[in-house]
Design a protein around this ligand. Structure first.
Ligand code: SAM
Length: 206
């Protein structure tokens, strides 16, 4: 994936990757575990936000199931690629930093759906990532994630996440509804991913 250099802006780094066409993570289709999720649990409905959707395969998948899906990518070139490759009447693509979302997005979403944005970020940004998930969701909204667990303990990026870190980032504010290791995966990721489904806890005092 390429290291996120600390001394360059995130925008500059990711825009550079998209402009140079260095996008080895792009498999030209949505993530296979989403099919499993929809078969088991039904299609996510309402407003969905997908951080770092790249060229938009996951956005189009959920939009085609009827949800109103916003893809938020820090790279304007990724946004342009997504609009060209994966347009859909229910899909909106916009440029912005998930770690510092525009105010008009806060509290607007029934779901935040994660795939390969968190593992692409330096772990120093993960607390900020978890905070943004909470700020963007409506009360008792859902967070659905394919986590890159990387049991082989290889050095990132992509950065694998362990169970303790997932608990530290999401355990306090979310109730976990389901988790499983998906049977369907891109070949290179088979056995390395975990799907987890959370719900934002109601505000204290209710
Ligand atoms: C590894 S790529 C994955 C793209 C897509 N999810 C896929 O699997 O094809 C990570 C994407 O996240 C975007 N990204 C990285 N940091 C971001 C941030 N802070 N806010 C929004 N997008 C970000 C990058 O521009 C890139 O498109």
């Amino acid at each position: 994936m390429g290291e996120e250099p600390a001394n360059r802006s995130l925008h500059e780094f990711w825009e550079g990757r998209w402009q140079s066409g260095e996008t080895p993570w792009d498999h030209g289709r949505h993530a296979p575990p989403w099919e499993e999720f929809v078969e088991r649990e039904g299609a996510p409905a309402g407003r969905i936000l997908i951080p770092g959707p790249g060229s938009g395969h996951d956005v189009k998948f959920f939009a085609s199931l009827g949800a109103d899906v916003t893809g938020l990518d820090i790279s304007p070139s990724a946004v342009a690629a997504a609009r060209k490759r994966n347009p859909h009447p229910n899909a909106t693509y916009r440029s912005g930093n998930f770690l510092d979302p525009d105010p008009d997005l806060l509290g607007q979403f029934d779901w935040v759906i994660e795939h390969t944005c968190l593992c692409a970020m330096d772990p120093g940004h993960w607390e900020g990532y978890a905070r943004s998930v909470r700020r963007l969701l409506r009360p008792e909204g859902f967070f659905l994630a394919i986590f890159y667990r990387n049991p082989h303990d290889e050095e990132g990026p992509p950065h694998g996440i362990d169970a303790e870190t997932i608990e530290r980032l999401f355990g306090n504010h979310f109730t976990q509804l389901k988790s499983w290791q998906p049977e369907r995966a891109y070949e290179s990721r088979a056995g390395r991913e975990e799907l987890r489904w959370f719900r934002l806890k109601p505000p204290a005092g209710r």
